[in-house]
Design a protein around this ligand. Structure first.
Ligand SMILES: [Zn+2]
Length: 345
């Protein structure tokens, strides 16, 4: 009986989380490998299996063909391929978008394949394992057009305690919503927000306006530590190979996707709150003073603190947009390019 229950739980977990949105650690590892593989190469051809994946009209997508790639960076959860002539290809994987690195000219897989970027060194394939095609690519010309695609979230790893605290308290939301809102913080989604809140021992439905300074400090530390630890773990897992399993369900996570499993810190069964198309996982002993938050009113609270759809959330634009700064300049909050910790090829 016990075995069967845990087997069922396993099926449930894999079913729900096989499509986990790539977040800061996942996108960082993609970025590092792409930069290593294609920086300095000429983009020979953009092949589209579906024209709908391209969400920009001008300039035409073919304008980037024949241009040299200068670097691959990150804008929140989006990947940015910067080309000569100030052209930028911006790619958002959304939930089920994944990248593969194949031999030059590799065919685009039927059904799941969306597009191919052909370089002499190899081909970058974009697939999306979902009937709902949400991943998108945009070509923009000029840095102002690139900056306009920045949702404006604070890059959490570069933020001081004061800046982090001011941003967190700038709007009153549940912690779960505040961490995952791309206009508030950059690169954090459903999975790592669960892990961050568990590490900080804070409730997902605590309101940002009610947090003490000590709690904000704990959240800031947990945010940095969780994102850095996971980035390093994913780097080590991929090693020298292009990361193919970067967003797979991770059994090492403490609470995310672990509903019903024992909390690694205290062995209390992990709980969940289901809201909208989503759920948040937490440990009642570590995070909510033993209270179960699974009742309807809390689901409603979380649900009500959310835009209607994932697309709406991801496409939110900040109303506090900062003055345009060159994206390579330091003050840009959410455009970073961390160098791989190991030596390049
Ligand atoms: Zn616990």
């Amino acid at each position: 009986m016990h075995v069967r229950e845990s087997a069922l739980r396993h099926v449930h977990v894999i079913g729900l989380f096989s499509h986990r949105m790539p977040e800061l650690p996942d996108v960082t590892v993609y970025m590092e490998h792409l930069d290593r593989l294609v920086r300095g190469e000429i983009l020979r051809k953009v092949r589209l299996a579906s024209p709908f994946v391209v969400r920009s009209v001008q300039p035409p997508i073919q304008n980037v063909e024949g241009r040299r790639l200068l670097e691959v960076t990150r804008l929140g959860k989006r990947l940015v391929f910067s080309f000569e002539e100030n052209l930028f290809l911006v790619l958002h994987l959304m939930i089920a978008g994944r990248l593969k690195w194949k031999a030059p000219g590799a065919p685009i897989p039927r059904k799941l394949g969306l597009l191919a970027l052909d370089f002499d060194a190899g081909t970058v394939l974009l697939t999306e394992a979902s009937p709902k095609k949400r991943a998108w690519l945009r070509l923009v010309a000029g840095e102002d057009a690139l900056i306009a695609l920045d949702p404006g979230g604070l890059e959490p790893l570069g933020a001081t305690r004061e800046v982090f605290s001011a941003r967190l308290r700038s709007e009153n939301h549940t912690l779960k919503r505040a961490l995952t809102d791309p206009t508030l913080f950059s690169g954090i989604g459903n999975a790592y927000s669960d892990e961050i809140l568990h590490a900080a021992k804070l409730s997902p439905v605590a309101l940002t306006s009610r947090l003490s300074d000590a709690e904000v400090a704990r959240l800031h530390d947990a945010t940095k530590k969780t994102l850095l630890d996971w980035t390093e773990r994913l780097r080590l897992d991929a090693g020298e190979k292009f990361p193919e399993k970067v967003t797979a369900f991770r059994p090492e996570m403490a609470v995310h996707g672990k509903h019903g499993n024992p909390c690694p810190a205290c062995a209390t069964p992990v709980q969940r709150i289901v809201y909208a198309d989503n759920e948040t996982n937490y440990c009642p002993a570590c995070q909510t003073g033993g209270k179960l938050l699974a009742d309807r009113s809390l689901s409603r609270l979380l649900h009500g603190d959310w835009p209607k759809s994932l697309e709406e959330m991801e496409e939110r634009k900040s109303s506090r947009r900062m003055p345009a700064v060159r994206p390579t300049g330091e003050p840009r909050s959410s455009r970073t390019r961390a160098r791989p910790s190991r030596a390049p090829r």
